[in-house]
Design a protein around this ligand. Structure first.
Ligand code: CA
Ligand code: ZN
Length: 346
C-alpha cells in the first residue's frame, strides 16, 4: 500500500518545484523540439539480428561508435517476435529465449570507472504490441488460472486496447545495460550493470547513466514497451518491437554503483535486489541518491536523508511480485538549483 501511494502527483509536483527553485515566472512553454535528432541523421544502424540474451565482456562487439554520434538501433519485443496473433499468443516461451538485447555496441574511449551516458532521442514502436498474464507471475497471480493475452494497436501515438480503453503511448526501453564487472548476466534480471531495469522513465528524452566495467562498455538494449506502469504488476508491459535513436557520451573517472536515469525534470537512482527483498531494493535506491547528493552536491548525510524524505519520491519501477528474478526500486529526485543533475561534472 505504501508503495502504491508514492508516485501520485510526482510529475506535476516536480514541475512546480523546479519553477520555484529557479525563480521562473509563469508556465514553461511546450518544448518545440526543433532540434530533435532524426532517424535519418543517424551515423550508424544496428539491426536486431545482432542480439544476445546476456550481458558479458565475452560478447564480440557488433558495432563501434564514437561519443556524440547518432545511432539507430532496432530492437525486438521481449518475445523476439514470436507472439503475433491469437493463435500463437499463449505460446509458452522459455526464459532463455526472452529479452534479446541488440548490441553489444563498443564505445571508443570508454574505460572502467567511467560513466556511459546513453541519451534516448526517439523511440518508434511498431504497430502492434501484446501483454500477457500467466499463472505464477505477478501481484494477482493467485487469481490467474489460465494464460491470457491482450493485443494493443499502436498508431500515431495512441494505444488502443479495446473499444472502451485507449491512451497515449509512452514508449520506453525495458532492457538497457553494459557488460557487468564479471561473468555473464542474463537479460532477464536487472543489476548494477543495468539490464532489465524496467523503469518507465527510460523513454524519449531520458539519459541513462551506466557504470562502465570494461573497455568499450559494450552497450545493449531491447525489451521495448509502448507503455508500462510502475511495478509492471502482471509481468509484462505492452511488449513491442521498434526503432530507437540514441547517442552516447562519456563522463570520465566518475561513476555510480547502479544506473542513474535523468529526465528534463528529475534524476532517478535505482536499487535492485532479489524479488523477495523489496525493502532491500528500496534501501539501495535511497543510498544511491544520498551518495550523489553528498559526493557531488556537498550535502551532509543528514541533509541528504531529510531532503530525500521531503522532496524525493521513492517507488517501485518493477515489482512482478511474487515472481522470479529481481525487484527494482527508484528514488526520483527533483532537479533543483542545489542538485540540478546527478553528477557535478562538466
Ligand atoms: Ca522487462
Ligand atoms: Zn518487457
Amino acid at each position: 500500500m505504501i508503495l502504491l501511494a508514492t508516485g501520485v502527483g510526482e510529475g506535476l509536483c516536480s514541475h512546480l518545484r523546479e519553477k520555484t527553485a529557479l525563480g521562473k515566472v509563469g508556465f514553461r512553454p511546450m518544448k518545440q523540439n526543433l532540434n530533435k535528432p532524426k532517424f535519418s541523421d543517424a551515423a550508424h544502424y544496428l539491426s536486431r539480428d545482432h542480439h544476445n540474451f546476456s550481458f558479458s565482456s565475452a560478447h564480440a562487439p557488433n558495432l563501434t561508435v564514437t561519443p556524440g554520434e547518432l545511432i539507430h538501433v532496432q530492437t525486438w519485443d521481449c518475445y523476439m517476435g514470436a507472439i503475433t496473433n491469437p493463435e500463437n499468443a499463449l505460446l509458452p516461451i522459455p526464459e532463455e529465449a526472452i529479452n534479446g538485447a541488440t548490441g553489444p555496441i563498443y564505445v571508443v574511449g570508454a574505460e572502467p570507472g567511467d560513466t556511459l551516458s546513453v541519451t534516448i532521442h526517439d523511440i518508434k514502436p511498431g504497430p502492434r504490441g501484446v501483454a500477457r498474464t500467466y499463472p505464477g507471475s505477478g501481484q494477482l497471480q493467485h487469481l490467474v488460472h489460465e494464460p491470457f493475452a491482450q493485443f494493443f494497436d499502436v498508431k500515431d501515438g495512441l494505444i488502443t486496447m479495446n473499444e472502451k480503453v485507449s491512451f497515449p503511448s509512452s514508449p520506453m526501453l525495458g532492457v538497457i545495460g553494459v557488460a557487468p564487472a564479471s561473468g555473464d548476466i542474463a537479460t532477464m534480471p536487472a543489476g548494477k550493470h543495468g539490464g532489465n531495469l524496467d523503469n518507465n522513465l527510460n523513454g524519449i528524452g531520458a539519459t541513462v547513466h551506466l557504470p562502465v566495467k570494461h573497455p568499450g562498455a559494450l552497450l545493449a538494449l531491447g525489451d521495448m514497451h509502448a507503455s508500462m506502469g510502475d511495478g509492471e504488476i502482471c509481468g509484462t508491459g505492452i511488449e513491442i518491437g521498434g526503432d530507437v535513436l540514441i547517442s552516447v557520451q562519456l563522463i570520465k573517472g566518475t561513476t555510480t554503483d547502479y544506473p542513474v536515469t535523468e529526465t528534463e525534470d528529475v534524476w532517478v537512482t535505482h536499487g535492485v535486489s532479489d524479488v523477495e527483498d523489496i525493502p532491500g531494493a528500496l534501501r539501495i535506491a535511497c543510498e544511491e541518491a544520498a551518495k550523489l547528493l553528498v559526493h557531488h552536491w556537498g550535502f551532509t548525510f543528514e541533509e541528504a536523508f531529510i531532503f530525500l524524505s521531503v522532496q524525493g519520491n521513492l517507488g517501485l519501477a518493477q515489482a512482478v511480485h511474487p515472481g522470479q528474478g529481481t525487484v527494482i526500486a527508484k528514488m526520483v529526485v527533483p532537479k533543483l538549483a542545489a542538485c540540478p543533475k546527478p553528477f557535478n561534472v562538466i
